[in-house]
Design a protein around this ligand. Structure first.
Ligand code: AMP
Length: 425
């Protein structure tokens, strides 16, 4: 048996119902906040990520699916969307039409991580990114938008963690202070020993217990922020207070990508057992410039779609969306042709249909009607053909009646109560 690759999985029809609901709700909310969809390629030139994310990050150093094309040029399956969005913004000179762009995108990302529960090599993210606006009110608004989505999905126990990672100027100074603190520490994990030289900031959010202990007395970035970054961070907090968002400041929150400046944030929940991030993001004021574009502020977030589905799959009361409104059963060639035509017409009229193709017995097909949870059965045999009628069986009530063929669509529409979708928990 050929199986999917490790860390890659199929999302089967019974699960896609929830994926679709979340996607629909996210789009609705994001569009209400002024965002528009952008669709991006999955494969990019490797330099988009190497230059964008930073070549000393875990993602670029060890997690990218990269390969060479026939001319020896390196290409990469995207590990995240932000760098691609910045690339598209530059490539299409989107800034010349309007420097302010509020974009969202939903799709698969690829990282060569060790697969485990909730961690895949192909996983999905819902991204929202804003280019061209530097206001801290926007940073707060993105967190408000995320909270709105999670609240509507019935997720409780949300923790919002924020931090400021400063700008080019104050980060340089802080890196020096941090490096001199780290110089004297020799009991760090292997990764952090390497990071000491290349990327000291990343050591701050290492999950290794020993590193965490050793960094207990590390100098705090908030004490080294320049005046502009300090003001930006305190304004962000004020805007979050206005919206009564509960947040915690964690000076260790660095996130794994080099492009973050100023605001970094995570939304965590304990609904999957241990505390884990279901969304994360931050500001990246240097990214567009880094990729060859004009100086442009930017901020965005990524929601872990797989985790979100896992959290709410036990909460959403989803009615069986796949059950048909009407199941067409017919006997004989002529009746089958008629059923084929009426059934297609009904589907086009917006009624959910199921057409039986086999020659099975009435008894077997009634069993099937129950199994697929059909609301009505339309039966066409010799008698119905002769009288130009359809025998319609209401499966809930057990009643059967004769309906004029031409009245069937109207009759069904009147009988089918609109079924509203519910996200309530
Ligand atoms: P990041 O792009 O690393 O900031 O991650 C944003 C969110 O994507 C995380 O909070 C996770 O919920 C989710 N995520 C990241 N990597 C994976 C993965 N390998 N499998 C599933 N979800 C992931």
């Amino acid at each position: 048996m050929i199986q999917a690759l490790r860390g890659f999985r199929d999302i089967l029809p019974d699960e896609t119902d929830i994926w679709q609901k979340i996607e629909k709700l996210a789009k609705e909310i994001f569009e209400n906040f002024g965002f528009r969809e952008i669709r991006l390629p999955i494969l990019e030139k490797t330099e988009v990520f190497a230059r964008g994310i930073g070549d000393t990050t875990d993602i670029v150093e060890k997690e990218m699916f990269s390969f060479q094309d026939s001319k020896g040029r390196s290409q990469t399956m995207r590990p995240e969307a932000t760098a691609s969005i910045a690339r598209a913004y530059i490539q299409h000179k989107m800034y010349s039409r309007s420097p302010e762009q509020k974009l969202y995108t939903i799709g698969p990302m690829f990282r060569k991580e060790r697969p485990q529960k909730g961690r895949y090599r192909q996983f999905y993210q819902i991204n929202a990114e804003v280019l061209g606006i530097d206001s801290p009110a926007l940073d707060a608004q993105l967190i408000v938008m995320l909270q709105e989505l999670f609240t509507k999905l019935g997720i409780k126990n949300l923790n919002t963690i924020i931090n400021s990672l400063g700008c080019k100027k104050c980060r340089k100074e802080y890196n020096l202070v941090l490096s001199s603190f780290l110089k004297d520490l020799d009991s760090l994990c292997g990764d952090c020993t390497r990071r000491k030289e290349k990327n000291p900031l990343r050591i701050l959010d290492c999950k290794n217990e020993l590193c965490r202990e050793n960094l207990g007395n590390a100098p705090l970035f908030e004490n080294y922020l320049c005046d502009d970054c300090k003001t930006h961070f305190s304004n962000l907090k004020e805007f979050l207070d206005i919206e009564k968002i509960n947040y915690k400041i964690d000076s260790r929150l660095v996130r794994g990508l080099d492009y973050y400046t100023r605001t970094a944030f995570e939304i965590q929940t304990d609904e999957l057992g241990a505390q884990s991030a279901v969304a994360g993001g931050g500001r990246y004021n240097g990214l567009v410039e880094n990729l060859g574009g004009p100086e442009t502020p930017g901020i965005g977030f990524a929601i872990g779609f797989d985790r979100l589905v896992e959290i709410i799959s036990s909460k959403i009361k989803s009615e069986n969306k796949s059950s048909p409104d009407i199941f067409f059963i017919s006997f004989g060639k002529k009746a089958k042709t008629k059923a084929f035509k009426i059934c297609n017409e009904m589907s086009r009229a917006g009624i959910k249909t199921e057409l039986e193709f086999s020659e099975k017995s009435m008894k077997a097909l009634m069993k099937k009607a129950n199994r697929i949870n059909a609301k009505f059965c339309a039966i066409i045999g010799e008698n119905e053909l002769e009288k130009n009628i359809i025998s319609l069986k209401d499966m809930d009530q057990g009643k059967q009646m004769e309906v004029n063929e031409k009245d069937l669509i109207l009759y069904m529409k009147q009988n089918l109560k609109a079924t509203g979708e519910s996200y309530s928990v």
